[in-house]
Structures are given as structure tokens and as C-alpha cells.
Design a protein around this ligand. Structure first.
Ligand SMILES: Nc1nc2c(ncn2[C@@H]2O[C@H](COP(=O)(O)OP(=O)(O)OP(=O)(O)O)[C@@H](O)[C@H]2O)c(=O)[nH]1
Length: 493
């Protein structure tokens, strides 16, 4: 596996098109990873927000319920005492000023006349004589809890929870009633205090209590948006609809008040037998996704930069590797013919000789020299001489196997090493080269010139550890070929 990856890397390092494709794939993968991270982060933030909304909702529901039952019992006791003549208006006033909730208390006798009052109770209830339960219901007074909302009223003191309790004597006779008023302003203040202690919903957090029975908003509080009033239910159709249609859960909706996308948690309030009240705590999507949007923008800005950087780095690395390879190649090859140079031949031959010795295999060496090359140079110039050298190198290369090595030692002198080749086989290779070179024709202006080559052959002796002595013998054989009349092959055992 690691080998395959390594091979792929090497292939990519040699082929720029492959490298680019690989880079494109890597960048696409990175983009996919970034998208997956953003999706996960968004989901995580949403879950976290829902948790906060749920906790806030529970906190507030608890506060509302406790407040209501506290006020309920406080007013019941006080109302009874006043109707029995055991307490007076000063007790009412004390209770009203001491309680952070009660904005007003009013005690009515059995005939519906106001006996005592303290603070402010909205006018709308003032005339309503809740002398008994039946009448209270007729006046749309829900037992224990009646949320008053006055459309168009800017003052929050005009909206809130009005509790109407019927007071009866020991024998069940009607004594009168007590009305207590918890204003929206007080509720909002207390709510903000508890929220500051608990969970911060930010600028866009809103709490709405919905009367499911009448499909209208009973109470509305924004964490900071004091301009929003209960009674503006025509703008709040969506949460009202959600709250009336579904039970507890999470809702996502589009607010028609400010056009924001909101996420909210619905909680049923325990007050009343009918579970009539539904609380919706919501927050603007842009607010809870604020940090997510920052990450999105950061990634959108950073990704192209990082992609460009990676692209450039990969290309620089590719160019460096190509240069290194080219330098390594140049240091081991003859620039004119592309054959191995002396240094490469010496390294290679050293290895080949020790292998031949170890395995007792023959190794033959050929020394080749073009005949009268100086004349070609002198007559046709160096450029034509170079062409002749290149053409001769091509001939030599064609005659060899992959395991053989041909080198140019300088000038018009070439050397060939033939591993696992006997002298007889080497002689036939040399003859083949000689014949091909003599058939070569190289263009020199309007003319075509021909050339011949002399070749000396020898084999590596079993006691020889390097190719030096064999190279000398091959040179001697070449010398003999030159003296023998050139264009011939001479063998020296
Ligand atoms: N064109 C060209 N000529 C070269 C190069 N290297 C060496 N020579 C020339 O090769 C010639 C070698 O000549 P000699 O060594 O006298 O040998 P020759 O003329 O081939 O004679 P014999 O070897 O005796 O047949 C010289 O003229 C060198 O200048 C080269 O890279 N290109």
C-alpha cells in the first residue's frame, strides 16, 4: 500500500498534468471537509441554541407559575381578612408596595362594590364584577388567570396578568372577590433579571405567551425591544399558529414583525386546567449563527488563498525536483550524444565487474573510435562532426540490449560494456555496429558523408577486480584495428 502511494507520488512528481489533477482532487477534498465542518458547526450551534432556549423557557415558565401562585395565595388571604374586617387598606398598600409583582389589588364585596384598593388595576376589569365563577367565565375571565391585552396601548402597565378570585365564607356563602394585577412591565423587569442571572438570549430574544383558546398573544416581552406590546397579535400570526397547532417542541418561522428568520421553543404552561397558555421563546437565526457566519466568511476568504499557496508550493516543488533530476542526469551523461559519460561508466562498470566476478559470468568491453574523424571536422566543420558523433551514438545504442552500457569517453572515442556476454558474442555485436556505422550517411550541406569505425574487444579476466586493465586491453585491441587498416574489429583475449 505504502509502496503504491510512493509510486503514485513519484509518477505525479514526474508528470505535471497528473500532479495538477491530484492537486485539484486534494483541493476539492479540502473544500468538502470545510463544507462538512461548517454543516456540523451549524448543526451544533443550533442544538446548543435550542438547549438554551429550552432552559430559558423552563426558567421563565417556572417563574411565571410561581409568581402566579404566590400572588394568588397572598391576595386570597388578604382579601378574606379585609372582607372579614380584620385588615384595612393600609395592609393592601403594604402588600402592593412590598411585592415586586403586584401592580394593584382591589377587593370587592358580594354586591360588587369596591371595598378597598391599592395601586393600579386596569379599567377594563374595574367594571367587571367577578362575584361568582359563572359571571367570571361570561366575562371571558379564565379561572385564576386572565391576561389582559389592550391593542394599541403603548404603556406596558395596561397589559399583564389579572387574577380574579371569588372569596367564600366557611358555609360557602359569597363574601366577594379580590382582583390582583401583575403588569407586563413588572413581569418584563423580573424576567430580564432572571434572564441576566441565567441565559443571555442577546438582542433578539423574545418571549411570547399565547392564549391558545383565543389564538391571540397574551404576553410579549423582548429582552431589549420594549417597543413590542402585547395586543399586536395581527403581526404575530406565525408563532400563534404554531403554538395553537402544535404541542411542545421546536419551531422555525419567518417573523412578519421584522422579517427575521427565527427559531423558537414552545412550552405549555401549567396554569389552569385547560393548559390554555403556550409560551414561545425565540431568537433571531442571524444572532445565534453570528459566529458561524464569521467562520463562513473566514473560510471563503482563506480557502482561495490557501488553495493558491498549495498550488504554487506544489509547482515550486515540482520544478525543484525536475531541476535536481536534470542536474543528476547531466552529471552522468554526455550532453552531445546522451550516452553515459566517463564517471557514470566507471561507477556502473565497477558494479558490473564485481557482479560478474561473484557469479562467474563473462563481461566484454568494446573500445570504439571513428576513423579519420579529424578529416571530417577539418573538411565539414565541427557541426557536421557533431552530427556524425550523434549518428554513431545512435547506431551503438540500437545494437545494444537494455542491460548493456555505452559511454562516450571524449572526442570520437566510445566504450561499450556487455555483461554476461562472451568474446564471441561481443564480436558479433561489434561487427553489427561496425557494419551499421559504415552504412550511415550524414548530411553535410549538399553532400552526404559516410564514416567507418574501428573496434577493439576484450573480456574481463576472472582475477580482475575492476575494469581498468580490461579497458587498457580493449584500447590495445583498438590500436591494432587502426593499424590493421581501420574499419575492422580486433579481439584481445
Ligand atoms: N566535432 C567534434 N569534434 C571533436 C569533439 N571532440 C574531439 N573532436 C575532434 O576529434 C578529432 C580527433 O582526431 P584524432 O584523435 O586525430 O583521430 P582521427 O582523426 O579520428 O584519426 P584516427 O583515430 O587515427 O582514425 C580532433 O580533431 C578533435 O578536435 C567533439 O565533441 N566534436
Amino acid at each position: 500500500m505504502i509502496l503504491t502511494i510512493r509510486q503514485w507520488c513519484l509518477r505525479m512528481a514526474d508528470d505535471v498534468r497528473l500532479l495538477r489533477w491530484a492537486l485539484v482532487i486534494v483541493l476539492l477534498l479540502q473544500l468538502l471537509l470545510a463544507a462538512a465542518y461548517l454543516a456540523y458547526e451549524r448543526h451544533r450551534l443550533e442544538r446548543f441554541t435550542v438547549q438554551i432556549l429550552r432552559n430559558t423557557s423552563l426558567l421563565y415558565a417556572q417563574m411565571l407559575e410561581q409568581t402566579q401562585s404566590l400572588v394568588h395565595y397572598q391576595c386570597q388571604i388578604l382579601g378574606n381578612r379585609i372582607l372579614r374586617g380584620e385588615a384595612g387598606v393600609t395592609d393592601l398598600q403594604r402588600a402592593q408596595t412590598q411585592s415586586p409583582w403586584i401592580a394593584g389589588i382591589r377587593v370587592l364585596d358580594a354586591t360588587g362594590e369596591v371595598v378597598d384598593y391599592a395601586g393600579h388595576v386596569p379599567v377594563a376589569v374595574a367594571g367587571s364584577h367577578a362575584a361568582d365563577d359563572e359571571q367570571a367565565l361570561k366575562l371571558d375571565i379564565y379561572p385564576n388567570l386572565y391576561v389582559l391585552s389592550l391593542p394599541g396601548q403603548a404603556d406596558q402597565d395596561f397589559g399583564g396578568l389579572v387574577e380574579v378570585q371569588t372569596l367564600r365564607g366557611r358555609q360557602g356563602q359569597l363574601l366577594g372577590s379580590v382582583q390582583s394585577f401583575i403588569s407586563n412591565r413588572r413581569l418584563n423587569e423580573q424576567l430580564n433579571i432572571s434572564l441576566r442571572r441565567g441565559f443571555d438570549l442577546g438582542q433578539s430574544g423574545r418571549i411570547v405567551v399565547i392564549d391558545r383558546k383565543q389564538s391571540r398573544i397574551a404576553f410579549l416581552a423582548g429582552m431589549t425591544s420594549h417597543g413590542l406590546q402585547a395586543g399586536q397579535q395581527q403581526n404575530w400570526q406565525e408563532p400563534v399558529l404554531h403554538a395553537t397547532a402544535y404541542g411542545e417542541g421546536v419551531v422555525r418561522y419567518h417573523s412578519s414583525v421584522d422579517g427575521s428568520e427565527r427559531i423558537g421553543v414552545l412550552t405549555e404552561l401549567e396554569s389552569g386546567a385547560e393548559r390554555r397558555w403556550m409560551q414561545v421563546i425565540s431568537i433571531d437565526r442571524d444572532e445565534y449563527l453570528h459566529s458561524w457566519y464569521s467562520q463562513l466568511v473566514m473560510l471563503m476568504l482563506l480557502f482561495p488563498l490557501l488553495a493558491l499557496l498549495q498550488w504554487q508550493l506544489a509547482h515550486v516543488a515540482y520544478r525543484n525536483r525536475r531541476q535536481r533530476l536534470q542536474l543528476a542526469y547531466d552529471s552522468r551523461h554526455d550532453p552531445l550524444t546522451g550516452l553515459a559519460n566517463r564517471r557514470h561508466f566507471d561507477e556502473w562498470a565497477g558494479q558490473a565487474c564485481s557482479e560478474a566476478r561473484r557469479y562467474g559470468q563473462p563481461l566484454s568491453l568494446l573500445a570504439l573510435d571513428l576513423d579519420h574523424f579529424k578529416r571530417i571536422n577539418d573538411r565539414w566543420g565541427h557541426d557536421v562532426g557533431d552530427k556524425v558523433l550523434v549518428a554513431t551514438a545512435g547506431c551503438i545504442r540500437q545494437a545494444l540490449r537494455e542491460c548493456d552500457l555505452a559511454a562516450r569517453f571524449g572526442g570520437e572515442e566510445f566504450v561499450v560494456a556487455l555483461p554476461q556476454t562472451s568474446l564471441a558474442a561481443a564480436t558479433s555485436v561489434a561487427e553489427r555496429i561496425r557494419a551499421r556505422v559504415s552504412e550511415l550517411r550524414v548530411d553535410a550541406g549538399a553532400e552526404q558523408i559516410s564514416m567507418t569505425v574501428s573496434i577493439g574487444i576484450t573480456g574481463l579476466h576472472s582475477e580482475e577486480a575492476s575494469a581498468d586493465a580490461a579497458l587498457l586491453r580493449a584500447d590495445e585491441a583498438l590500436y591494432a584495428a587502426k593499424h590493421g587498416g581501420r574499419n575492422q574489429v580486433c579481439v584481445r583475449e
